[in-house]
Design a protein around this ligand. Structure first.
Ligand code: MOS
Length: 767
């Protein structure tokens, strides 16, 4: 469809329409939904990471008062059918069906679900459920004995080759050859993972906070051998997602099965600790990056090898080489991603899944190259600027990376940086400035929606998409108000229900583009219907005019001549007073999609950037700066200032966009300095699965934070001209912080997170 013109509240700072509901508690999240007569489920997880369940003695558990049912592999088995992982066209995180057999693939895999009259009884019974195992030695992580390399099944390209890397690398004036590591990280959304399931005859209703009610509906239908029409899934408010609620976990179908067997609703709320093993996580990665440049800093060769951990059962890879190979001009490129299988749960998506680990490696290596060359790191990036991605030579629809660096470096005060390592001090604190590039693909997916305009001027927007905290309720309200020419107070947006028109996975920073486009299209259809009827109405103000010229504005249908009629009159004319309804779908042009396997049936698809070989590629860019302070005696590291400038096309609402980009920066800093899941290498179990031991940034860790939105108009990226800002802000900060730590101390930390203390102190004393 053509470019969408807007005139009203788009781009203005509108408070969240659901803000009051959220802060006053009237917004209902998944587990807030009360169902009469619900029993409670509690999960029992495996003590071992590899082997088989030998026996389950239920005597003590059955003796706990209030216990109603205990599901194990003995009474579930094929009652829940397997479904494929989402990245292979299914809906699940894992291809292993829950409680399918006695086989254990990872620690804390569900071995039983205890259902009781109360949460406490279910928990008490699960604690005394006696499970014995035949254990085998597990492989815990990337370099564990028995961990095996496998061809990656990735969202993107796993091999990229341009020119002659080895030859160019050998011949180059200056080279960098380094290895980097990122740790496993776990989702800890505020809202715990939960499911409530209730049956009405053969019809199942599930309340579960998710990023795709459509996927859960179809996944449940597949698992429980139902028609999708028999399954309704609701997710009206979501207390944090960022990838953790994209694929279905193994618990949902089990809760539904328990409810069916008991003939009453069942509710599950998993504990914080259980959440670490139930859902997906950001897998640990290793990188080998080699860069070669001429004396002026122009890249001659780039090689990026990535190793990503996956489970024994699924090959899930992110393949961030797709981004790192497309960032800078470079004639010789060689990149490859491989999976390493170990005895762990299948990993998945976490905010900017491919870019966060891969850009840490590349942007750290770029800083190392800048040091080797004696060129300022900002200048080095400018010297390698390109408006065509170097892999296929396709243009970017727009790319404002240089403008971002200019805006961010000015706001940060980069010019005052003394480039000499360890030269900047503030009392006992060593001060460092670092920077890095952020990039994220501008994606769009097929979507459907219904917009209804009633004769009283009230509009309703319906689509099975989700506001996962991003502001979708608000921007769709703005968009419909703008396109229909009515006040925002007259627009109602309904989301998160499979009874609504199907929408794609709310992921990949694609929702504003995907849903915004289809909603605007529906509004335009309504405008066309009203205008078509108005110009034909003999005796009407607009009779005989060109329908294409009429606009909806200020509660009226208006002609360029100034002739106009009230909206109510225009609507009334169409169906004899009934509302005007537009049921619309939008299928963005473009194949083959880069996230190919995700472009699947039933509106779950997601298209990244490029389409046909010569089409422009679509990315948003940013420049991120960090000031860190490292205590010279204790090695304590603090982020003191973060400045990010981002260009992401049209900004629908600066308030919600700023919130996304600022939150991304906080998470990026948290990732650089704090977040890591520790793995016990003998047992392949997580050692710190709670918020006491898994550290995330709290308010006191958040320094001065500046978010700049660089204006950018992109008429090619999609009809709305938006690129998406949900993930961009997190991408560059791991490297920016690590580069700042090097500038402060001379210690190059190539393994995240950057730990307070030992390593830095050792480096400091050497220096
Ligand atoms: Mo997001 S990591 O694309 O759910």
């Amino acid at each position: 469809m053509d470019r969408i013109e807007t005139a009203g509240v788009i781009g203005t700072d509108v408070p969240r329409v659901d803000g009051v509901a959220k802060v006053t508690g009237s917004a209902r999240y998944g587990a807030d939904h009360r169902v009469d007569g619900a029993a409670w489920a509690y999960l029992k997880g495996s003590d071992i990471a590899k082997g088989r369940v030998r026996d389950i003695d239920q005597t003590a558990a059955r003796a706990v008062p209030g216990v109603l049912e205990i599901l194990t592999h003995r009474n579930v088995g094929s009652a829940v059918r397997p479904d494929k992982p989402l990245v292979e066209g299914g809906h699940m995180a894992s291809s292993v069906a829950p409680l399918y057999s006695d086989k254990i693939y990872h620690a804390e895999q569900i071995v039983a679900v205890v259902v009781a009259e109360t949460f406490e009884a279910a928990r008490a019974a699960a604690a005394v459920l006696a499970v014995t195992y035949d254990a085998e030695e597990p492989s815990a992580t990337l370099d564990s004995p028995g961990a095996t390399e496998a061809k990656a099944h990735a969202m993107g390209e796993t091999n990229i080759s341009v020119g002659h890397f080895e030859k160019a690398f050998a011949a180059a004036a200056v080279t960098v050859d380094r290895q980097y590591e990122t740790p496993p990280q776990h989702h800890n959304p505020m809202e715990l993972f939960q499911t409530t399931a209730a049956w009405d005859g053969d019809h199942l209703t599930v309340w579960e906070s998710s990023q795709s009610v459509t996927a859960y509906q179809h996944g449940l239908a597949k698992q429980l051998d139902l028609s999708p029409k028999q399954v309704r899934v609701l997710s009206k408010f979501v207390g944090g997602a960022f990838g953790s609620r994209g694929e279905m976990a193994q618990s949902t179908a089990l809760v539904a099965l328990a409810a069916r067997r008991l003939g009453r609703p069942v509710k599950l709320v998993v504990t914080r600790r259980q959440g670490f093993s139930l859902r997906t996580f950001r897998a640990e990665t290793r990188h080998h990056v080699r860069l070669a440049a001429d004396r002026d800093g122009r890249l001659q060769a780039l090689s990026h090898r990535g190793w990503e951990l996956t489970s024994r059962t699924d090959r899930f890879a992110l393949a961030g080489i797709e981004a790192t190979c497309r960032l800078y001009a470079c004639p010789n490129i060689d990149a490859k991603t491989v999976n390493v299988e170990a005895d762990r749960q299948t990993p998945g998506f976490m905010r900017a899944p491919p870019e966060v680990p891969y850009m840490f490696a590349l942007e750290s290596a770029m800083d190392e190259l800048a040091c080797e060359l004696g060129i300022d790191p900002v200048e080095l990036r400018k010297r390698n600027e390109t408006q065509h991605e170097p892999v296929n030579g396709r243009p970017f629809t727009s790319r404002s990376l240089v403008q971002c660096f200019d805006a961010a470096s000015a706001a940060f005060g980069w010019a005052s940086r003394d480039p000499r390592v360890g030269s900047m001090r503030d009392g006992d604190w060593l001060v460092g400035y670092g920077c890095a590039t952020a990039m994220y693909p501008a994606q769009i997916a097929p979507a459907t929606c219904r917009v209804t305009l009633a004769a009283d001027g009230r509009a309703t927007v319906e689509t099975g998409s989700h506001d996962i905290g991003t502001g979708l309720y608000t921007i769709l309200t703005q968009l419909a108000a703008d396109q229909l020419g009515v006040p925002m107070s007259q627009v109602t947006v309904l989301l998160g229900d499979t009874d609504l028109p199907a929408a794609p996975l709310t992921a990949g920073s694609s929702t504003t583009a995907s849903i915004g486009t289809v909603v605007a299209k529906a509004c335009q259809e309504i405008r066309g219907t009203l205008a078509g009827a108005a110009v034909k109405a003999t005796g009407g103000q607009l009779h005989g005019l060109d329908a294409g010229d009429l606009k909806l504005s200020g509660g009226r249908l208006v002609a360029p001549t100034g002739a106009a009629e009230p909206l109510t009159q225009a609507v009334h004319r169409v169906h004899g007073g009934g509302p005007v309804v537009a049921d619309v779908s939008n299928n963005p042009a473009g194949a083959p999609p880069v996230i190919g396997p995700m472009l699947i049936r039933r509106g779950l698809g997601l298209i990244v950037s490029g389409s046909k070989p010569h089409d422009a590629v679509r990315y948003a860019f940013g420049a991120q700066f960090a000031e860190v302070r490292v205590h010279r005696d204790t090695g304590e590291v603090r982020a003191a200032r973060l400045v990010g400038a981002f260009a992401a096309g049209r900004i629908m609402n600066p308030r919600t966009a700023r919130s996304q980009l600022s939150g991304g920066q906080v998470w990026g800093m948290s990732s650089a300095l704090l977040e890591a899941t520790e793995i016990d290498r003998r047992s392949a179990r997580y050692a710190n699965p709670d918020l006491a031991e898994y550290h995330v940034a709290v308010a006191a860790d958040v320094p001065s934070l500046t978010t700049i939105m660089v204006s950018e108009e992109d008429h090619l990226v999609n009809p709305l001209g938006v690129k998406g800002v949900g993930e961009l802000g997190v991408v560059g900060l791991n490297a920016a912080v690590a580069n700042a730590v090097f500038h402060a101390t001379g210690v190059r930390v190539r393994k995240l997170p950057i730990r307070v203390g030992a390593e830095l102190l050792a480096g400091l004393s050497r220096g």
